[in-house]
Design a protein around this ligand. Structure first.
Ligand code: FAD
Length: 579
């Protein structure tokens, strides 16, 4: 490597002990323990043309020129913040977080290193809980219009059908679960819908902006960004790394990504345009030791394909290889492939970050956890991360207790671990060749994820039923014709008081005028053990915070003031944040 660098860069060789001195000479303006460039970083191939390079035994480091036109010095507390939050990465996780911050009036920058939008179907299975989140955000009708229900699958040996069925039983909607089945929308369409929603909310996405490094200061994070017009240094109260499995944010925080990559379990996935095949069901053809699957992608003219990773001769394209495989396996010369619009080689990767937080920096989505696609958990888990983190960031920036942010990892780590465990078990079924490898239970729906053991769950009832503090608030039909989800929709907290039929409960919460209080009939949640006279406080992410039957008013005011740190009446941060 040093040889390769030598013709473009000045190479200096010196001992480890002289390293700090030489760095100070090279970068005279950037001294002090907080300067990121004083931590020598292995060459990642960035900005080579503008670098000095130097070596210590066997390692080459790249150092940026002192003339690098950063617009802000790294220390010096008078500089203005760029925004309250930086979101690095505009995949589904970053986009959802941006929408949630935008609708609470939090200032943020959303940056993505890519200059083009992602165009693949990848995470196309939207779980019921994700559909509930989308309903709360107001985008569900658009999402539903862009996709479709799961299709049946046929497994063929040549032209013989050897198995036909559905991946999962489908369930009818009920009062408490209005979206009971996974729904299929290509990931690029979901991202497009979230981008459109963000634009409606007044938010913007900056493309071609890469986070390259960050420095933790006591009250802020200083970030190095590479933009199309050059490097930039910017300051934020908080940074969220939603920058995918290879997360630069995670690496810059020195957070290990523990787990394993199984190089032996690998597959090629992609999307293809073709003619000569109807779109009524998905197909898997067995072909000797090989196979090929083609599944129609709802809302598009494409099919998703899966094949074993090919070793392609130099003169053969992936499209040609796929055409040969489809023709040979199906025996149908009428299926004509036209264009591969996206493809990826996937390796079984199951990893979780050792921490989801480092001081003022958070990890969310694939940056915090990656799992095999079996069971469709990855994107859905990232979306729930963002939904959990957004209201907490907004509340803390509005004056709530900083410790509220500790509950993010407390609540989301168990959910991510559960997703890893589930997808790993389902992958093992494929590897073992189990007969039910294609079958999915309700476990994948993510409706059972709860935060019961977290520090925000407070159930003060002597007798509890199946629904307790920390659980997802289920839907229900109220006597006014509105559903519980109608009452919860929006970025606010909500109080539901279960009527005892006497008309004397009359719960009011004058200290928090922005928190709506509704009375519901006893039968709405009776089957879950929420009985007459119970008062329930529901968080902005529609999980139950408090269940109480005695002294409800005092319990809820205490909780909001002391546990969350929301001050009452005029100084309430919520009154400034709801939008
Ligand atoms: C074949 C396959 C099938 C899948 N199927 C499903 C499924 O059915 N259901 C499901 O839930 N999940 C599925 N997944 C997983 C899902 O695609 C991911 O979990 C999801 O994309 C994660 O979203 P994210 O926003 O966290 O990260 P990403 O989608 O990886 O987005 C990260 C973004 O960060 C940007 N970025 C990276 N580094 C930087 C930087 N330094 N600075 C600025 N920007 C940066 C990238 O350009 C990218 O846009 C599947 C994955 C694969 C590979």
């Amino acid at each position: 490597m040093a040889g390769d660098l030598a013709h473009r860069h000045r190479i200096e060789t010196f001992g480890v002990r002289d390293r700090q001195r030489r760095l100070r000479e090279l970068l005279p303006g950037e001294s002090g323990p907080t300067c990121p460039w004083f931590r020598p970083r292995p060459n990642r191939g960035v900005v080579l043309r503008t670098c000095h390079s130097y070596t210590v035994p066997s390692i080459v480091f790249i150092v940026r020129r002192t003339t690098m036109p950063y617009n802000v010095p790294i220390t010096g507390g008078d500089m203005k913040l760029d925004a309250e939050v930086l979101i690095a990465g505009a995949g589904p996780t970053g986009l959802l977080l941006a929408c949630e911050l935008a609708r609470r009036g939090v200032s943020f920058r959303l940056v993505d290193q890519s200059t083009a939008f992602f165009g693949g179907s990848r995470g196309d299975g939207l779980m019921p809980r994700t559909q509930e989140v989308f309903a709360d955000m107001g985008v569900l009708p658009t999402v539903l219009a862009a996709g479709g229900e799961p299709l049946p699958t046929r497994i063929y040996d040549g032209d013989q059908v050897i198995w036909e069925g559905s991946q999962a039983e489908t369930y009818p909607p009920t009062a408490d679960v209005p979206y009971p089945n996974p729904y299929f929308v290509p990931q690029y369409r979901t991202e497009q819908i979230l981008r459109d929603r963000l634009a409606e909310l007044g938010g913007t996405l900056e493309q071609g902006v890469t986070l390259v490094d960050l420095t933790h200061l006591p009250d802020e994070v200083v970030v190095g960004l590479l933009t199309r017009s050059g490097p930039q240094r910017a300051r934020f109260r908080y940074v969220v790394g939603a920058d995918g499995g290879k997360s630069t944010v995670r690496k810059a925080c020195g957070i290990p990504f523990t787990g394993e990559t199984d190089e032996g379990t690998t597959m090629t996935f992609g999307d293809v345009r073709l003619s000569g095949l109807d779109r009524s069901h998905g197909r898997i053809w067995r072909y000797g030791d090989s196979f090929v699957s083609l599944v129609p992608l709802h809302g598009t003219d494409r099919f998703n394909f899966t094949i074993p990773v090919p070793v392609l001769p130099a003169d053969t394209s992936l499209l040609e290889h796929l055409q040969d495989l489809v023709s040979a396996a199906s025996g149908d010369p009428g299926i004509v492939l036209q264009e591969i619009t996206w493809s990826t080689t996937w390796r079984a990767n199951a990893r979780i970050a050792d921490r989801f937080r480092e001081r003022r920096v958070f990890l969310a989505g694939d940056a915090a956890h990656v799992c095999p696609p079996t069971g469709g958990q990855g994107m859905n888990t990232g979306i729930q991360d963002a939904y959990n983190l957004a209201w907490k960031l907004a509340a803390v920036l509005g004056g709530a207790h900083e410790s509220l942010l500790d509950s993010y990892e407390q609540e989301r780590r168990p959910a991510a671990e559960a997703a890893l465990d589930l997808s790993g078990r389902l992958l093992a079924k494929y590897k073992n060749g189990d007969a039910d490898a294609n079958v999915r239970s309700r476990e994948v729906h993510q409706l059972g994820i709860n935060y019961r053991t977290g520090s925000l769950a407070e159930d003060r009832r002597a007798q509890q039923g199946s629904l307790i503090a920390g659980d997802r608030a289920p839907d229900g039909r109220t006597e006014t014709g509105k559903t519980v989800f109608d009452l919860l929709a929006g970025p606010h907290w909500t109080v539901l008081q279960v009527s005892d039929g006497t008309g004397t409960l009359g719960f009011v919460l004058p200290e928090y005028p922005e928190i709506p209080v509704y009375t519901i009939d006893p039968d709405v949640w009776l089957k879950f053990g929420i009985t007459a006279g119970t008062t329930v406080l529901i968080r902005p992410d529609n999980h139950i915070a408090v269940c109480v039957t005695e002294d409800a008013h005092q319990a809820i005011v205490d909780y909001l003031q002391n546990r969350i740190g929301l001050s009452a009446i005029t100084t309430s941060p919520l009154s400034q944040r709801t939008g």
